[in-house]
Write a protein that binds this ligand. Sequence first.
Ligand SMILES: C[S@@+](CC[C@H](N)C(=O)[O-])C[C@H]1O[C@@H](n2cnc3c(N)ncnc32)[C@H](O)[C@@H]1O
Ligand code: SF4
Length: 288
Amino acid sequence: MGLGGVEDPEAAHRRHRGIAMSPSGEVPGTPAPFDPRRYHESVTGDRTEVARHPPVCLYLEVTNRCNLLCTTCPRTYEELEPPADMSWDLFVSIVDQVPDLARAVLHGVGEPMLVANLPQMVRYLKERSVYVLFNTNGTVLSERNGRALIDAGLDELRVSLDASNRESFKAIRGRDYFGRIIRNVRAFRELQQREGLTRPQVSVWLTGLRETVEELPAFVKVAAEIGVKEVYLQRLVFFAESAIGKARPDQALFERLTQEEAAVVVDVFHGQWPRPAVLYRAVFAAWL
Ligand SMILES: C[S@@+](CC[C@H](N)C(=O)[O-])C[C@H]1O[C@@H](n2cnc3c(N)ncnc32)[C@H](O)[C@@H]1O
Ligand code: SF4
């Protein structure tokens, strides 16, 4: 899973609801049992050297520039390439090579909302009936660029917040922007509610760290207070041999939750806190 990936929501639902499923995720009557936590491993046997179908999904790193210094992010610790935005010509030439494109994710490692022609990119994709989304740090979301994204037809706006309060945000995301992001997202949701707009679907994301897992209930409350109905816990990507910042094994929770940590997650899911409409698909597919 790359930065910002999620689990299969159906698997999450089945697992949580306890619909006749073995611990390995097997549903009676289905041919190939697989562990939903490791769905990616289930396809390796089927892979051929040459893809059988043309691609349907693109991840486009529209910029590698950023204005935060997140302690989980490789970008904070190493400059892999000189800072640059994707040119319009390059964008068009890539998209035009993928005629079956169904879904485009417009972030890599960098902040996509720093790119001036991002709404134009979204519009270009929407004219081709592509589902378009990206993660953003939310720092530069304003009424003007928010409206431009709405007008362009953006489907999903995923705000990576990673903390439930100012102090924790500073420790994880490296800069003192918590209040600003909260104001930006609240104002954007108010605009959507005033105008009865359901697109883009807005969600907030917390990268699962041992340091912040106990903030999950407070995180859900913050989401509810700013009018966001979807909250996601995403899996920390780390490499043991080249750990950087907080992206290191002792911070990882996936398949490593202690009983106390699991209890926090379960409490949130069982609705002791304000309940977003769609709940924790990453958490319940994979974490418990
Ligand atoms: C690299 S960022 C790029 C988009 C944008 N700058 C943002 O922060 O949302 C994409 C996603 O990766 C998350 N992320 C950062 N470091 C991560 C890590 N080590 N493991 C998993 N996700 C991580 C971010 O919180 C964000 O949700
Ligand atoms: S805002 Fe996104 S790209 Fe920028 S440092 Fe944080 S995670 Fe990385």
